[in-house]
Design a protein around this ligand. Structure first.
Ligand code: SF4
Length: 229
């Protein structure tokens, strides 16, 4: 399949040409999609959330054509890539080039995740478990825990590799709430690691957050989650 057959639709805000950290075990590029259906206070990428795409599919695919043999995967990140209206055809072309695809998603579009799985277009999914439902509006400006669980069930009952992760700013989620989220996952049969990324000070965020004065009990939390600092 040729990159020239791709659409001129603006797809990406930016792309990272090489990473060894973001797609487990393989060298990959990251495609950063513009736009998001949430407004997380701790979001490190407000320019993606509010920005407009300016790299079209053909440009992205020309890049992938040149990197064949050097890269093995493409991480679809953002923003929220499941909002991109041409995502399925775009993924079909990426797969036809021989690349594996990892999806970074906030889980609010289980319908799109279901389509990607059904069409065998995704090889790995990193699914955000943002917050208990009662905290979704405060932390994410909307969304629902119910949709997270719908996305989770698609992955839990499927065969592709996936992980569940969250970001923790101690002013917004208590240790008890994180433990309750970990227990909820376990009750649903999740036996993998629940990654908790601690909020990192010093980067601009959508909610203009500073660090928290509350200290988490890392030792106690480590019994339930895998902390990433
Ligand atoms: S952190 Fe939240 S607002 Fe930012 S891109 Fe992810 S889901 Fe969207």
């Amino acid at each position: 399949m040729s990159a020239q057959r791709a659409t001129s639709m603006k797809a990406l805000y930016d792309l990272t040409p090489f990473t060894l950290l973001d797609f487990p075990d393989i060298p990959a590029a990251i495609f950063w999609f513009a736009g998001c259906n949430l407004r997380c206070v701790y979001c490190y990428n407000p320019e993606l959330v509010f920005g407009e795409a300016h790299i079209d599919e053909a440009q992205a695919l020309v890049f992938l054509e040149k990197r064949r043999g050097l890269l093995e995967g493409v991480v679809l990140s953002g923003g929220e890539c499941t909002l991109y209206p041409n995502l399925i055809p775009f993924c079909i072309t990426i797969k036809a080039f021989g690349y594996k695809i990892k999806l970074d998603t906030n889980g609010m579009r289980p319908d799109v995740i279901a389509s990607l799985i059904a069409l065998e277009l995704v090889d790995y999914v990193a699914l955000d478990y943002k917050a208990p439902d009662a905290k979704m509006a405060q932390i994410c400006g909307g969304g629902s825990e119910k949709r997270f669980w719908e996305s989770f069930e698609l992955l839990h009952t499927g065969t592709i590799a996936y992980e569940v992760r969250t970001t923790l700013h101690p002013d917004f989620l208590s240790d008890e709430e994180i433990v309750a989220m970990a227990k909820a996952l376990k009750d649903k049969g999740y036996g993998r690691e629940f990654y908790v990324q601690l909020f990192q000070e010093g980067r601009g965020t959508l909610g203009h957050l500073s660090s928290s004065s509350r200290r988490i009990d890392a030792e106690s939390l480590a019994a339930y989650v895998t902390l990433r600092r």
